[in-house]
Design a protein around this ligand. Structure first.
Ligand code: CTP
Ligand code: MG
Length: 242
């Protein structure tokens, strides 16, 4: 029997409406440093040599994608107009749409379109550290704040020990067939790792950094712009994004 080295594919869910942002356009298309917000993460993913293709899951009636010129990102980028009502539905629809192109054991890196500050080293570290992992995993950061659980009157009912708590980010990287089966078996999950956990497996946490924020509220746009402008200053890890 022929055996293949697993390849890496990126899948970027971008079919949300950005309700919390409250803008006229879905947040993935809001201008950020002169480009649509989603352009920044796509540019990072398209710049990683080990990623074969970068698939973007858009809503079925997305009219905005075609208004922009994506050719600068190269031929590996491919839009899929198959998003669903929730993020998990969009990811699953994307996985189904690429089934002819991807083998069961290939890795899929799922990354939120709403995380524009993804850096190349984030992606490369994830790929490197999970290369021989049986399950896969996700970028995450250890929690710095002390956590409080509230009662119904917004009074502190308990302090939650933060010792082993992490904030989940994306990309989240799992084998194609494992991820597809996991998402087909559970409902209501907000990330891929939760689906894998529900299947009884333990995804690995790979430490990224706090710069990989998810743009959710209007203030996050200011933060994202600041992070992209100052990229490479101080951490010595990343060149500025052109
Ligand atoms: N997403 C998606 N399909 C959906 C919902 C979300 O592909 N039906 C994508 C978003 O486009 C985003 C990512 O999943 O890139 C993370 O979701 P979130 O930050 O919640 O984005 P929105 O759902 O667009 O925002 P909101 O929840 O404020 O409406
Ligand atoms: Mg949402």
């Amino acid at each position: 029997m022929q055996s293949f080295d697993p390849r890496h594919f990126a899948l970027v869910p971008a079919a949300g409406s950005g309700a919390r942002m409250g803008a006229a356009l879905p947040k993935q298309y809001l201008p950020l440093l002169g480009r649509p917000l989603i352009h920044h993460a796509l540019a990072t993913l398209c710049a990683v040599p080990g990623i074969e293709r970068v698939f973007v899951v858009l809503s079925v009636d997305d009219a905005e994608w075609a208004r922009h010129d994506w050719r600068v990102l190269g031929p590996r980028l491919e839009p899929l107009f198959c998003g669903g009502p929730t993020r998990a539905d969009s990811v699953l629809a994307g996985l189904r749409a690429i089934s002819a192109e991807v083998r069961a054991t290939d890795w899929v890196l799922v990354h939120d379109a709403a995380r524009p500050c993804l850096a190349r080293w984030h992606v490369e570290k994830l790929m490197r550290e999970l290369a021989h992992d049986d399950v896969g995993g996700l970028l995450a950061t250890p929690l710095a704040d002390t956590l409080k659980r509230a009662d119904e009157h917004a009074r502190v009912a308990a302090t939650v020990a933060r010792d082993s708590l992490w904030r989940a980010q994306t990309p989240q990287m799992f084998r194609y067939v494992m991820l597809r089966r996991a998402l087909e078996s559970v409902h209501g999950v907000t990330d891929e790792a939760s689906a894998i956990e529900a299947a009884g497996l333990r995804p690995r946490l790979i430490e990224g950094d706090a710069a990989n924020i998810k743009v959710t509220w209007p203030f996050d746009m200011c933060l994202a712009e600041w992070i992209l402008r100052h990229r490479g200053e101080g951490d010595g890890k990343e060149e500025k994004i052109p």
